[in-house]
Design a protein around this ligand. Structure first.
Ligand code: GLA
Length: 714
């Protein structure tokens, strides 16, 4: 659990114990609670911040802040405690609240409540980032009884709406088809988005949602709640509309198979639910998240990111030292910052020549790499590129020395045949010895090869065969303690190697959450690198993640798309290449070298600027996204023409792209850059108002056509 999180309180305001409104606000929004005469705490308002806080007094109270089981509410509770005497009910009354400013400037409010009949305590934390309009919230539950209690349900957050019409957008799919946006209207009853996969938790459903309030979500208009859970494991979002048309949104760890025992005096801390309320649609909500993440959550959020050449699709498992040294030379030739060696470099008794064996045995395969990783880091150094390495340290193949020696470290049922997902099993990170081992994988490699600059940390299996062989384990705690064990390892790595950069990967986008991104600088959204598919996948993830977190590689998937098209799609995220120069013609390789230079020049705008999604690929044959730099207001625009139908025509309106995020009164020089022929082409000079109101006819009927425009403030 995240106990050490906010230890640096700068100022503690007086603890207040009288009934009053408790206002949690950002620059634009307010979430207001009230302590009623009966001592219970109610949500009375969640919406646009009112200029005069005294006005909140006139608003009647709504439902309780954190509804408990067994009392007068008939719908899904946030908290369900089974007390030491077996009583399943809880009634929380206010004991006080505290406000303080945290070290990073965030405003924290803690509302404390207790169940007087039992002495159990509940604190609901709100951490507001005023300028980003983001609020994080989580809850602690402390056992104040003499004997252990059990938590059946223990949500991070409960929010209430009484607007009548609600439209939920979820982001789900499967391997190689992640984060597809689908919107449905919520009606009476309960809709849940959840995962029970344990590890690789987000394989089927990404841990975030958008909720259109009153109307369906639009890109630039309408009221929208966007929320996500910072938890690299099983989560659950519950949306329940009651008979009065009121909606509750309950977010937290999925309590499935995770009943939590709390000893006397023990506290359980839930993960953070992070949310924003936008009055200008999805675009604004995304920019709130992007800015907040760079400033407050993402590891090295305000640092730039490295371009790279990865060997996975170039070689798969079929490589040796010579081939890799050739690729390291190609990394230099292309002009990328790093070479990343993927899966297949380890195992001797069971060499990792395929995904069937070797996982867990982290020694270089002698006949592939006779001179070890050291020869490769030396070659990288010689070529002036950094070196990165793939690992999957939470997992094991049954065909491995690790499995033979430490079966007790494996999550597996003692009395049943094992079944495998990708021929592997998950190590039991709830066991401190296994945590030491996993930390040791990284620590050992870093000690031996201090020139490793980067790890791609993979996680290709869900937790299967669910049983912990750790003698101290309560089996109901496995899913939760696994994740906390993982955080413990990541915390130790970050502390010891603060300069080490890491990519979070999980068979593609099976891990994509903001608690993970406190330790990782980026994530791999999908194994699918077909650029057409990527337009959708990156569109989905961009809803809450900034471009610098989205690893996007140019590969040989969908060879019918020009290399320029593939590269331009990847340039909208963290650009990398996963091919060999032999896969390219000389002309294409030249284009890639130029594109990398262009990307390096555009990086501050793409990675740190404001993103505006202009035309959605979900709407038809075209897509466009732009980024506006925060420093000088220069922008870059990407347009894509996908696949016109036979004899399709394009009207003036259809070809038009209206820009966004510019200064209306400023003048901009628009130039098409990154062209296949290497020559920039001037489009014209326009006011910001013209570009945003009239727009430019930039879409074409050319098949699989992509264009990049520089928009320079004059
Ligand atoms: C996963 C990753 C891929 C690659 C392979 C290696 O599928 O998503 O990028 O690293 O593992 O086995």
């Amino acid at each position: 659990m995240k106990l050490k999180k906010f230890v640096f309180l700068l100022s503690l305001a007086a603890i207040s114990a009288q009934a009053e409104d408790i206002v949690i606000s950002t620059d634009s929004n307010a979430l207001v609670y009230n302590v009623a005469d009966n001592g219970r705490v109610y949500q009375k308002y969640f919406g646009k911040k009112l200029a005069n806080p005294a006005d909140y007094a006139a608003i009647p109270n709504g439902p309780e802040i954190y509804i408990t089981s067994g009392m007068e509410d008939y719908y899904e509770p946030a908290l369900h405690i089974v007390h030491a005497d077996g009583n399943p009910s809880t009634l929380l009354t206010y004991t006080g609240h505290k406000t303080s400013t945290l070290a990073d400037g965030a405003k924290q409010t803690v509302i404390s409540m207790t169940d007087k009949a039992y002495g159990d305590m509940v604190d609901v934390y709100f951490i507001a980032y005023p300028e980003h309009d983001i609020i994080k919230t989580y809850t602690t539950v402390t056992n104040g009884e003499k004997k252990p209690i059990e938590l059946e349900k223990y949500a991070s957050s409960m929010l209430h709406f009484d607007n009548g019409d609600y439209y939920l957008t979820q982001f789900n799919g499967d391997w190689a088809s992640e984060a597809n946006a689908k919107e449905t209207k919520l009606e009476y009853g309960r809709k849940q988005l959840d995962t029970k996969l344990g590890a690789r938790a987000n394989m089927f459903c990404s841990p975030f949602f958008q909720l259109g309030i009153d109307s369906p979500a639009a890109e630039n208009s309408g009221n929208l709640l966007v929320g996500t859970l910072g938890w690299t494991g099983n989560y659950r979002f519950t949306f329940e509309v009651d008979h009065k048309g009121e909606l509750r949104v309950i977010s937290g760890i999925n309590p499935y198979a995770s009943r939590r025992k709390l000893g006397k005096g023990e506290t359980f801390t839930t993960p953070e639910f992070i949310f924003t309320l936008s009055d200008a649609g999805r675009g604004k909500a995304s920019r709130n998240f992007h800015d907040w993440a760079r400033d407050h959550q993402l590891y090295k959020g305000n640092d730039t990111r490295m371009t790279l050449l990865n060997n996975w699709e170039a070689t798969y498992f079929d490589f040796d030292e010579d081939k890799l040294i050739k690729l390291i030379g190609e990394a230099k030739d292309l002009g990328v910052d790093m070479f990343l060696l993927d899966d297949g470099w380890f195992g001797n008794k069971y060499p990792r020549h395929s995904d069937t064996q070797g996982l867990g045995d982290w020694d270089e395969t002698k006949n592939k790499l006779p001179n070890g990783i050291g020869a490769l880091t030396a070659a990288a150094k010689k070529n002036g590129v950094k070196f990165g390495l793939w690992i999957e340290p939470e997992m094991v193949n049954p065909k491995s020395e690790l499995y033979e020696q430490h079966k007790d470290w494996v999550i597996t049922l003692p009395n049943r045949d094992e079944y495998y997902f990708r021929n592997q099993l998950v190590l039991d990170l709830s066991n401190p010895k296994v945590q030491d081992y996993v930390f040791g994988v990284v620590d050992g490699l870093m000690t031996k090869y201090p020139d490793i600059a980067f790890f791609k940390w993979d996680c290709n299996s869900p937790i299967t065969n669910i049983y912990s062989n750790y003698e101290k384990m309560d089996q109901n705690h496995l899913y939760v303690d696994y994740v906390n064990g993982l955080y413990n390892v990541l915390e130790r790595i970050q502390k010891k190697y603060p300069d080490l950069l890491m990519m979070m990967c999980s068979g593609g986008g099976g891990r994509s959450d903001y608690e993970g991104l406190k330790y990782f600088t980026e994530f791999w959204p999908s194994d699918n690198t077909d650029p057409i598919e990527r337009l959708y996948i990156q569109w989905g993830f961009s809803q809450i993640f900034p471009a610098k977190t989205l690893c996007a590689h140019v590969t040989t998937w969908n060879r019918s798309t020009p290399v320029k098209f593939r590269t331009n799609v990847a340039m909208m995220g963290k650009l990398g290449f996963d091919l060999k120069l032999d896969d390219l013609t000389e002309e294409e390789a030249d284009y890639c070298r130029r594109a990398i230079k262009n990307y390096n020049a555009l990086k501050p705008v793409i990675l740190e600027g404001d993103q505006y999604r202009l035309v959605s690929p979900y709407e038809g044959e075209h897509a466009a996204t732009m980024y506006v730099g925060k420093k000088d207001g220069d922008a870059v625009l990407f347009t894509f023409d996908i696949y016109p139908r036979y004899r399709q025509t394009i009207s003036k309106a259809e070809s038009n792209v209206k820009l966004n995020g510019l200064v209306p009164s400023a003048r901009y020089a628009v130039t098409e850059i990154d062209r296949a022929d290497g020559n920039d082409s001037k489009v014209g000079e326009y006011s910001g108002e013209y570009l945003m109101t009239v727009g430019l006819p930039l879409f074409t009927l050319n098949k699989l056509n992509s264009r990049v425009f520089s928009i320079k403030k004059m």
